[in-house]
Design a protein around this ligand. Sequence first.
Ligand code: PHE
Length: 341
Amino acid sequence: MLDQLENLGAAARTELNQLTNGSTLDAWNSKYIGRKGEITQMLRRVSELPKEERPAFGKRANELRQELEAEFAEKEAVIKAAELEQAMAAGALDVSLPGRPVARGRLHPSTQTLRRIYAIWAEMGFQVYRSRDVETDEMNFQLLNFPPHHPAREMQDTFYTTNPDVLLRTHTSPGQVRVMRQYHPEPIRVILPGMCYRHEQITARSEIQFHQVEGLAVGKGIRFSDLKGTLINFTNRLYGQGRPVRFRASHFPFTEPSAEMDVQCFLCDGKGCRICKYTGWLEILGCGMVHPTVLRNGGYDPSIYSGFAFGMGPERITMLRHGIEDIRYFWGNDLRFLEQF
Ligand code: PHE
């Protein structure tokens, strides 16, 4: 059995010499010198030997295990060092190369425009009022003086919920009534920004969702000249001092009189170009004096109080400013578009 032991030792050494990587090292270790390895197994058979041979055999087996353990440790160190060197060479990095810039997120172009609008109106004393996206038919239409068969009420324009009295607001104007009901009879100066929804064919010019910023001023003695002066002040701040503007008569059910405001095209200075469709003017918002019925619906007596309101589209403002020709880019989540702002 001593011969068997020596043969085992020789075989183990030959195999150990042939090992080249870390995973075969482990296998060798458990095969020969591990707790269930071959040396342990031979030691278990010591009882087969005559009594007087047992101590010598046991001694030699333990010696052999120690020798192999030492040789194993040496081999392991050599292989691990080689593997480390290889890994370092493979992952070599040139510390003198310039660093790669980390991509930074940025604000959505609509958010940038919205924040500019908030800042300008804040300077002019208007607070932000957040109204709700999900509205009632009453708030979105009835209390704003929409006659029952107004075309904007039809199914193709409005997203209704399963409850026909509950819908996604089609404009921010219902917020006017909510502000008035909350604050009457205090004077009001607010803007109401938010997302609006319309059940429309999505095209380059129309989306099913878009922002509006509504404005509302209510108090005693507010006149149309206040509306004009305030909006001219705003456009001067947004588009630069002295840019010509004009008001055109228009119609909204909830304002009387109503107007649309144009600003001279800042891309061609009024000479006429593709963006202003060769008119020299860009339409930027709708506005008017709050209709007496709407004031009354908000809790203000129209014989004492008056007010003005306006509504503008930040996407449209952003499109004009940057010459963006397709509104679908805004919610298309295409980084090539978003990274330009
Ligand atoms: N709500 C109108 C629209 O969606 C805009 C508007 C707001 C007009 C306030 C007048 C006063 O087009």
